[in-house]
Design a protein around this ligand. Structure first.
Ligand SMILES: C[S@@+](CC[C@H](N)C(=O)[O-])C[C@H]1O[C@@H](n2cnc3c(N)ncnc32)[C@H](O)[C@@H]1O
Length: 181
């Protein structure tokens, strides 16, 4: 499990590496420019009723994204991105095509981990440098508990500040998980 898995057939120089605290994660074997679509993951869709009856009681619940009429498991690398409160990758859910596109929000250095944001309501202890201000999931939370920063649909590159395309407010947050639907 600890040897890197070189994704030789992937268009971009990506690799899966294992971290003892976070598990598997996606890393860059070489530099990748900002605003690069590094992954298009097809999704597997679960209706609300089948997810409530089955999926949410399994390990799937750590991986699925909220989706129209239910939840979605990202196939491909989409389920392998770990969380950071300073994500260097954003994502766009394309409900029509049934895919999630992952796009770099900044220039990525060689050996850097590629992370998305799950939002602030996390269900696991985060790595030390992130733990200071992260909130842990609590039973009192009634909002989405796995939210993620989502890029603008048009993937606008007009701003120099990568965070501009990446809003962490209630309207633009995409709930990957939610308790009260
Ligand atoms: C979508 S999976 C990501 C891939 C996962 N690391 C694996 O090996 O399958 C989400 C899980 O990864 C772990 N994880 C993700 N980001 C983390 C972080 N910043 N610190 C600690 N664990 C993290 C948590 O266990 C979480 O439930």
């Amino acid at each position: 499990m600890s040897d890197p898995i070189n994704l030789v057939h992937h268009h971009y120089p990506l690799e899966l590496r294992y971290d003892p605290r976070k598990g598997r994660g996606v890393y860059a074997r070489d530099a990748i420019p900002r605003n690069t679509c590094i992954e298009v993951s097809p999704i597997l869709h679960f209706r609300h009723d089948e997810y409530d009856a089955h999926g949410k009681h399994t390990v799937l619940d750590h991986y699925t994204y909220r989706w129209k009429d239910g939840f979605a498991l990202a196939l491909g690398l989409g389920s392998m991105f770990n969380h950071s409160k300073h994500p260097n990758v954003g994502f766009v859910r394309d409900m029509e095509q049934g895919v999630i596109r992952y796009i770099t929000l900044e220039a990525i250095d060689k050996d850097c981990e590629l992370c998305i944001s799950y939002g602030s309501h996390l269900w696991f202890p985060t790595t030390e440098e992130e733990s200071e201000s992260e909130e842990s999931h609590s039973e009192e939370d009634d909002g989405p508990w796995w939210t993620a920063i989502e890029l603008d649909d048009d993937n606008d590159d007009s701003s120099d500040d990568s965070n501009d395309s990446n809003h962490d407010d209630d309207e633009s947050k995409t709930a990957k998980k939610q308790q009260a639907q």
